[in-house]
Design a protein around this ligand. Structure first.
Ligand SMILES: Cc1cc2nc3c(=O)[nH]c(=O)nc-3n(C[C@H](O)[C@H](O)[C@H](O)COP(=O)(O)OP(=O)(O)OC[C@H]3O[C@@H](n4cnc5c(N)ncnc54)[C@H](O)[C@@H]3O)c2cc1C
Ligand code: SF4
Length: 447
């Protein structure tokens, strides 16, 4: 163990530097070992930081790894991307003395340390062949559900539309926040337990679920996320250089990365939107060599949905914010050359509680841009909405809060497709909940 002490963290070249063993132990020594562990109660996926930090504190490193991995197959991923300041660290009792324990960083360190040690706490199940379950979508919700069911003896196949597994962890969150290698390790761990993932295999359209039933699947978990980008739909949207954030981020993770890089290098880029996805797209465009990146947002800085930390990071990276600015027209001749924008001011609050942007008449102005990336909301793809067995509440599937069962008893659903845009840790929580409910349904104990 001493040899490993200063070797961690892995993946620090592209990601923010993680903790070493010494620093992780120092954090664990600050833990108050709370009896009620508010941090554990605040984790949606039940990762149980109170328990793994206590184990680390008493030098039970393998026990700490086991706690994380038993509770959360994406323990490393969550340690890297969870908004801990709003979850476990917000609840941490140590805050009343000085500052919270850095729970996310300790969690990430413990998993990496397990990898360095070659220690895998979760073993392939002895019992198998209990029945066949299909999972649609290989994001964190689907893969968590698949692992939990496999560990309970079910034969699980995950059907994935894209070329690689991981959902938004692979095709959304940029590698400077979540390294490909770390993500692949967590997915490989799940596959090694016996989960089958069929990539390039969409399940959609009217016959999609029926086909699975005909193939003998006794239950289905739908965890497809939201992949159809909502677009501005203004004049000039078909010009070269105008795209959605889904397309930009996805291309950067596929064979089109070099094409995207040559489109953006030394160019002036507009990213439209004020959420976390806009911040990721803006930072990535800057990292691959954009001359200047502007975030165009129609409300003010305070109303931007991105986390404060993300906004500050973007500003520190030299990204410019053009607030109270609404794009109204793309201009160019085949390729984008500029955006006509209209000034806005804040009116009364809307349904979201944020002050509504009101356009100011006769305030249009044009700015030169070569690339525009629209980072607005996403919704389910139309072919998914055709599935007859699913009932919808606008853009999300209706499912029971307690069991995630849909109106069709053998079909369950969770993650973003039920919650709307949410968090990785919430997708993991849904995967666990759905697996439990599917077992109860198939073993005659469910609703
Ligand atoms: C750019 C970006 C940054 C983010 N950053 C963070 C962050 O820092 N922290 C955080 O907690 N959350 C973050 N999120 C949100 C988080 O990634 C999602 O909440 C989470 O991935 C949802 O998981 P899911 O399993 O429900 O769906 P997804 O991750 O969306 O996975 C769904 C999968 O289903 C597949 N699929 C879709 N339709 C079909 C079909 N018909 N057949 C087969 N497969 C299909 C998709 O290809 C995809 O692989 C971010 C999201 C984005 C887009
Ligand atoms: S709330 Fe903070 S101090 Fe208490 S057990 Fe959790 S990490 Fe330790």
């Amino acid at each position: 163990m001493e040899q490993l002490a200063e070797r961690a963290p892995l993946f620090s070249d592209e990601m923010e530097k993680g903790l070493t063993l010494t620093l992780a132990m120092e954090e664990a020594a600050r833990c108050l070992l709370c009896f009620d562990a508010p941090c554990s109660q605040a984790c949606p996926a039940g990762t149980d930081p109170g328990r793994f930090i206590r184990k680390l504190r008493f030098r039970n490193v393998t026990g700490a790894i086991r706690t994380i991995k038993e509770n959360n197959p994406f323990g490393w991923t969550c340690g890297a991307v969870c908004p801990t300041a709003k979850l476990c660290e917000l609840a941490c009792s140590r805050t009343a003395i000085d500052k919270p324990i850095q729970i996310g960083k300790v969690q990430r360190f413990i998993v990496e340390h397990g990898w360095l040690m070659g220690f895998s706490p979760i073993k392939k199940p002895d019992k198998t062949g209990k029945g066949k379950v299909a999972v649609i979508g290989s994001g964190p919700a689907g893969l968590t559900c698949a692992r939990e069911l496999t560990l309970q003896g079910y034969e699980v196949t995950v059907f994935e539309k894209k070329g690689q597994a991981g959902g938004n962890l692979r095709y959304g969150i940029p590698p400077f926040r979540l390294s490909e290698e770390g993500l692949s390790r967590e997915i490989d761990e799940i596959v090694s337990l016996g989960v089958t993932i069929k990539t390039n295999t969409p399940i959609e359209g009217k016959e999609g679920l029926k086909k699975l039933k005909d193939e003998g699947y006794q239950a289905v978990f739908v965890s497809t996320g939201l992949w159809d980008p909502i677009r501005l739909g203004i004049d000039g949207s078909d010009l070269t250089g105008v795209m959605s954030a889904t397309e930009f981020l996805g291309s950067m993770r596929s064979g089109k990365a070099s094409e995207m890089e040559s489109l953006i290098q030394n160019k002036v880029v507009a990213v439209i939107g004020g959420g976390s996805v806009a911040m990721d797209a803006a930072q990535w465009a800057k990292k691959i060599g954009a001359k200047d990146v502007y975030v165009l947002y129609r409300r003010s800085y305070t109303e931007m949905p991105a986390e404060e930390k993300e906004k500050i990071q973007a500003l520190n990276d030299g990204i410019h914010f053009l607030i109270l600015t609404q794009p109204v027209k793309y201009v160019g001749n085949g390729a984008l050359q500029g955006i006509v924008c209209r000034r806005t001011r804040l009116g009364d609050p809307d349904d979201s509680g944020r002050r509504r942007p009101e356009e100011i008449p006769d305030s249009d102005f044009e700015l030169p841009f070569d690339v525009a990336i629209e980072a607005l909301a996403t919704r389910p793809e139309p072919a998914l909405k055709e599935m007859a067995e699913l009932s919808w509440d606008k853009n999300t599937i209706s499912a029971s809060d307690t069991s995630l069962q849909t109106s069709t008893p053998w079909v369950f659903a969770g993650g973003d497709i039920v919650r709307g845009p949410a968090l990785v840790v919430e997708a993991v929580a849904d995967g666990k909940k759905a697996a439990q409910a599917i077992v109860e349904h198939l073993e005659g104990k469910g609703e």
